[in-house]
Design a protein around this ligand. Structure first.
Ligand code: HAM
Length: 453
């Protein structure tokens, strides 16, 4: 027997039953993001590895352990073809699948000199798509997962209201997606200079005396990226960190900024907890960082996270003279779906057509295509099945109406219209069926929408 293939570890097929849920989530996301003034951007799913190294940080777990590379190895035949067609560029550099999209969006912002609409300064962008991390898979942790994210980037866009807007948008989306009681934690890492000072303070001050009491991972983090010690979940480390974390040397300016973000959030009724342990695993953050968790997800309970990254545009080649500001977040779609359980929305099509005899299939086929062209989702069975089997099939599809073509209907140019909910049946003229169904289907869709919400 031939080898049977299975989906790669840490990835999954999004099967037809679940796709409607994704579609609904994505269309809600697009609508809401646009209503906040964000425009969609689609960047490639792989980039130069160096882009991720420079933005996420050489010492971050993502760069160190989780990048999935697009290799430069290719079959000999392809190598020859590409050499002769001068098309080697794709293979000359080392590329990696994107582990997140912030770096790509900033790269594109700089490369395309993207400016925002109207204001000409702030560029508000959103994206929806797959990300890739070579992590050890577990519940809620995949190697290919999907994010809905936004990035607001621009010269002088350093208003605390923008941090609050971005957080409000994340919370708004989660509410619309049906995530129950999402919890928001925020913190400030301070400016780039503050981060350097904090790092020196931790490495050389009192805290350093406890280095040997930290867990093994934290001892190596202490050298590589001491910030990551602050969010270690291990009891021992947490105890030590707790003694210092509230006194980190944050400049007055940064403290004021953080207070302004908090006031802006309070003014629009967004509840949050200030968590000094929250530092995030990516190097690019400055000032505000945040994380949103939800119930029922086990250890991987973050449904979204983000923060400010004012220095990244310069780090990736933005114009020297411009003082850029940037803030954004990403929500994990799989975790959102996990958090409220899979609930399948309505099934299309709305109509099923039954031909009572094989010879009526041509008439049914004409009708099904006519309805589809008119935007009425319809289906039929092309096998010569009994009426009962076809009706069962229609029942399983959860359609509201069945159209039946029998001997009388064919003879009289009519069709029997069966209401599957009410169990009633009427005969209607074929020439009127489209207009009758259009009214009925729009009514049914309204009812289904109400039932779901
Ligand atoms: P992140 O915290 O790495 O941030 O990811 C954001 C969200 O993506 C997480 O809260 C989680 O819901 C989801 N996620 C991350 N890794 C996985 C995984 N292996 N499996 C399933 N879901 C996962 C970022 O990606 C930043 N780019 C967010 C950002 C945008 N910051 C500023 N702008």
């Amino acid at each position: 027997m031939s080898k049977q293939f299975i989906v790669p570890r840490g990835t999954s097929d999004i099967l037809p039953d679940v796709v409607p849920l994704w579609e609904e989530l994505e269309s809600k996301a697009r609508k809401i993001c646009k209503s906040y003034g964000y425009r969609e951007i689609r960047t490639p799913i792989f980039e130069e590895t160096a882009l991720f190294k420079r933005s996420l940080g050489q010492t971050s777990d993502i760069v160190n352990k989780q990048l999935l590379y697009v290799t430069s190895q290719m079959p000999e035949s392809l190598a020859k073809a590409s050499a002769s067609s001068n098309d080697e560029s794709m293979f000359m550099y080392e590329h990696a699948l994107r582990p997140e999209a912030t770096a790509s969006v900033v790269r594109s912002y700089i490369e395309n000199s993207l400016l925002g609409v109207g204001t000409r300064s702030l560029s508000k962008l959103f994206y929806i798509g797959p990300m890739f991390r070579g992590e050890r898979p577990q519940k809620g942790r995949l190697r290919q997962f999907h994010q809905i994210g936004v990035e607001a980037i621009g010269p002088n866009s350093t208003s605390p209201f923008l941090d609050a807007e971005v957080i409000a948008l994340a919370m708004h989306l989660l509410k619309e997606f049906g995530v129950k009681e999402p919890k928001l934690k925020i913190n400030s890492l301070g400016s780039k200079e503050d981060k350097v000072n904090i790092s020196i303070w931790l490495r050389t001050g009192e805290f350093s005396k406890h280095k040997n009491d930290l867990c093994e991972d934290c001892q190596s983090r202490f050298e590589r990226n001491v910030f990551r010690v602050l969010d270690c979940k291990k009891e021992g480390c947490r105890k030590i960190v707790s003694m210092f974390v509230k006194n980190l040397p944050l400049s007055t300016e940064s403290q004021n900024y953080f207070h302004q973000v908090q006031s802006a959030l309070k003014s629009i009724g967004i509840a949050f907890e200030v968590s000094p342990h929250l530092v995030r695993g990516l190097d690019y953050y400055t000032h505000t960082v945040f994380e949103i968790t939800a119930e029922g997800l086990g250890s991987q309970d973050a449904v979204g996270a983000g923060g400010r990254y004012n220095g990244l545009v310069h780090d990736l080649g933005g114009k020297e003279k411009i003082d850029y500001g940037a803030v954004g977040f990403a929500l994990g779609i799989e975790r959102i779906l996990l958090s409220h359980g899979h609930e399948i929305p309505w099934q299309e099509p709305d109509i099923f057509i039954i031909a009572m005899k094989e010879e009526y299939q041509q008439n049914a086929f004409l009708l099904v295509q006519q309805l589809r062209r008119e935007g009425i989702g319809s289906d039929m069975n092309y096998d010569n099945l009994s009426f009962k089997t076809q009706l069962n099939h229609a029942n399983k599809m959860n359609v509201y109406y069945v159209l039946i073509l029998g001997e009388d209907e064919i003879k009289n140019n009519t069709v029997a219209l069966k209401d599957m909910q009410a169990g009633t049946q009427v005969t209607v003229e074929l020439k009127n069926i489209v207009s009758i169904l259009k009214d009925k289907v729009s009514e049914v869709r309204k009812l289904r929408r109400v039932a779901r919400n």
